[in-house]
Design a protein around this ligand. Structure first.
Ligand code: C2E
Ligand code: MG
Ligand code: MG
Ligand code: MG
Length: 280
């Protein structure tokens, strides 16, 4: 009955909404208490070069160890909360530090072959301390700045494109690489591709998922690859799960692949063998 009333537009008491809100605030409290608590950690997913099939990069992905099983949450749940609360600025700063340090730990074994990609939220990019945090992460780890790739989404650019542009110019001056993540799902103003100095474009996995069965997705991926290449960008396909998908994406000219086929995200010790790192 409550649901029907709801459809008629009346404000109704909804246990589901209450429950959701309670969970969100319990999660937020737990996330807040997790800082400095070692409950955050990073997993890494490898990226494979299409022509050499070598592993040329990893993407760092944030994970959270909930204090109790009921609060267990994946990135799709806890990252929006970190963003809404502003906690992402500090947690994201820690992600930058930790990802750069991991590359430095691997360096002894792999030299400078492997880049590390770090996801950056809009709120982080626009925070006044962001450039400083990137600089600090590079300095602390001592890695070559070109080994760090920052992944941004179109959302980070759309709010204040002029400010985003000047921040991206500063970041490029530091020598880091820039990737446009989840391409095709956001605002997709094509002017972003020419206005900002991206090195790579990551085709969103929603286009890759059905590429074998949906001719429209195939057309879109073809167009993205052609456009990316015409603008001098490397094109990465995300969410590649099968050999058939990889073969098709390869024939379309994608430069790199990322997805469960090449490897699931894992802790450093799980990923090390794929990078040619011996026992650490
Ligand atoms: P994303 O940056 O687009 O990362 C790719 C997501 O796709 C990851 O999900 C990854 O585990 C998943 N994935 C990779 N290969 C496959 C595949 O073959 N099939 C399928 N179905 N999925 C695949 P995850 O780790 O759950 O992260 C979700 C999103 O959370 C990320 O999307 C990113 O937007 C955000 N995120 C993760 N870590 C961070 C972080 O440190 N900072 C910020 N700001 N956002 C982060
Ligand atoms: Mg990403
Ligand atoms: Mg993505
Ligand atoms: Mg995403």
């Amino acid at each position: 009955a409550a649901k029907e009333q709801g459809r008629n537009g009346h404000a109704v008491f909804s246990p589901e909404i209450m429950e959701h809100q309670n969970r969100q605030s319990a999660l937020l409290t737990a996330l807040r208490q997790s800082q400095g608590d070692e409950r955050f950690f990073l997993v890494y997913q490898v990226q494979q070069n299409a022509s050499s099939l070598a592993i040329t990069g990893v993407e760092a992905l944030l994970r959270w160890q909930a204090p109790s099983p009921e609060l267990a949450a994946g990135p799709d749940q806890f990252i929006p909360l970190l963003e809404k609360s502003g906690l992402i600025i500090d947690v994201g700063g820690w992600v930058l530090d930790e990802a750069c340090q991991q590359i430095a730990r691997w360096r002894e074994y792999i030299g400078e072959r492997i880049t590390v990609a770090v996801n950056v939220s809009s709120i982080q990019l626009h925070s006044p301390c962001f450039i400083g945090r990137v600089q600090a992460a590079l300095k602390k780890s001592g890695i070559n700045p070109s080994l760090l790739e920052l992944e941004l989404t179109e959302t980070a650019l759309v709010n204040d494109p002029a400010k985003a542009a000047s921040t991206l110019i500063e970041l490029k001056k530091l020598g880091v690489q820039l990737a446009l993540d989840d391409f095709g799902t956001g605002y997709s103003s094509l002017s972003y591709l020419t206005q900002f100095e991206f090195n790579r474009l990551k085709i969103d996995q929603s286009f890759v998922r059905d590429i074998l069965v949906d001719p429209k997705d195939l057309v879109i991926v073809k167009a993205i690859v052609a456009m990316g290449h015409a603008l001098g960008l490397e094109v990465v396909a995300e969410g590649v799960e099968t050999v058939a998908e990889r073969d098709l994406l390869d024939s379309l000219g994608c430069d790199s692949f990322q997805g469960y086929l090449v490897g699931r995200p894992g802790k450093p010790e799980e990923i090390s063998p794929m990078l040619g790192v011996g026992l650490l």
